[in-house]
Design a protein around this ligand. Structure first.
Ligand code: LLP
Length: 420
């Protein structure tokens, strides 16, 4: 459930008509609903209410806007981060360092040091050598780093290949069979407190079966590690729960997920860590756009909108579906293609889609754009970097400026040797 709905024939975010935002900020622009963010944060937490010891770390790669993070911080959420930049964002949003989980397959030594300085609460190690480096750096600072080892459970999440992470051919985690040896070696190092294990098998998952299979393997590993004397008090279960991009395809609910987690982890006696991303922010955002032209096509008309693949990359990258809805629909429908202005055929949001009839100048939205939307934007074709707005009841505020080409050009230089 979200707070984007039609009132008197006009799409609103909470109590604000989309047309008011377009008028004030221009288009394209991402629009987030605070009430929806809070609702999703609550629903996810309530789904896990039967889990005793837990820590929920929002995967901020899904939406790192600091206003969004502030909403989630106020809900008691921590952050799952994958770069030094994301550590800085979590801190800037007011999240305590100890609530931050540092994941990522290529953390540099500089990032590890800065994260230790920030008091990051957990490092998810991706390889043995990273554990050795982290131990050395922490010991040199007189600190002990809390860490878990990410394992690759070799389970097919049944999602798009580009967002699948838990198969043995993927770059993530250590082969699960190698974990006991790595534990044996890393657990002797001063500066490192290896407290448990982690896994994340993929994103936009619609079938809980593979996740449960992966958790089953983690349970076996907890048992194996304890049997040889390791203290295991944390298991990080990753993220991955899907969202309904298409209204008639309904993913498992957080309550379904929570029931499965409770069943799969019974008796583990650990603090469970969760890293949800998309399920928290996906439906809390839309991309508001204006139709530039309706261009007759050989087969179907092309609706050319002012948003493009540089603003919302998911359709071009993953053939992803985003519902397209007119802000003030007339009730008439048409089958059309929807495309942006970027000079690539891949800059197409939908082909042969039945949509509301729109004409030049009309406003429309791409739904479910709150996750992996603005954060994946670029300035390709020297387009502006897309701005973001947050709505709260009848108020709204720009929470990320539109970065204009002038500002981007100002950061570039023509070197002296080209001036003679
Ligand atoms: N934890 C780890 C270690 C991850 O790699 C990810 C996502 C998450 C948590 C959060 O997963 P979520 O709950 O959002 O599914 N850009 C792609 C998605 C990439 C996901 C990468 N990792 C997309 O737009 O579909």
């Amino acid at each position: 459930m979200d707070h984007f709905a039609y009132r008197n024939g006009v799409l609103h975010a909470e109590d604000v008509p989309m047309s008011a935002i377009a008028e004030a900020v221009g288009t394209p622009v991402y629009v987030y609903s605070r009430a929806t963010l809070e609702r999703h944060a609550n629903v996810f937490r309530e789904g896990l209410q039967r889990i005793g010891r837990k820590h929920i770390a929002f995967a901020i790669k899904a939406n790192p806007n600091i206003a969004v993070l502030r909403v989630l911080a106020r809900q008691g959420y921590g952050a799952d981060v994958v770069s030094g930049g994301e550590v800085k964002r979590a801190l800037a949003a007011g999240m305590p360092g100890e609530d931050i989980v540092f994941s990522g397959v290529g953390k540099t030594r500089i990032e590890l040091r800065e994260a230790l300085e920030a008091g990051v609460g957990q490092f998810n190690l991706e390889l043995e050598e990273e554990g050795v480096a982290l131990a050395e750096i922490a010991a040199s600072m007189g600190k002990t780093a809390d860490a878990v080892l990410r394992v690759n459970p070799d389970v097919d999440a049944g999602t798009h290949a580009k967002i699948s992470t838990g198969k043995k051919e993927n770059k993530f985690g250590v082969p699960i069979g190698d974990a006991p040896g790595i534990f044996a070696r890393l657990s002797t190092l001063p500066g490192l407190n290896l407290r448990g294990i982690a896994a994340h098998i993929g994103s936009q998952i619609f079938d809980l079966g593979p996740i449960e299979a992966a958790y089953g393997k983690l349970g076996d590993l907890v048992h194996t590690l304890r049997a040889v004397g390791h203290t295991i008090d944390r298991v990080d279960l990753g993220g991955g729960l899907g969202v309904p991009y298409e209204r008639d395809k309904v993913p498992p609910s957080p309550a379904d997920y929570g029931a499965m987690v409770e069943r799969a982890t019974r008796g583990w006696d650990v603090t469970l860590y969760f890293e949800p991303g998309r399920v928290i922010v996906g439906n809390a955002g839309v991309l508001l756009t204006r139709v530039i032209w309706v261009k007759p096509g050989a087969i179907r008309p092309f609706i050319i909108v002012d948003a493009a693949m540089n603003d919302l990359a998911r359709p071009a990258m993953y053939d992803a579906w985003h519902d397209f809805e007119a802000v003030a629909p007339t009730g008439e429908r048409i089958v059309a293609n929807i495309a942006g202005p970027v000079c690539e055929s891949g800059d197409t949001f939908a082909m042969e889609r039945e949509i509301d009839v729109v004409k030049s100048g009309d406003l429309a939205v791409f739904r479910t754009a709150g996750a992996y939307g603005a954060t994946m934007a670029s300035t390709y074709n020297s387009r502006a970097l897309v701005p973001e707005v947050m709505v709260d009841g009848d108020k709204f505020a720009v929470v990320a400026d539109r970065i204009l080409p002038e500002a981007i050009i100002a950061a570039e230089r023509v070197p002296d040797f080209l001036n003679d």
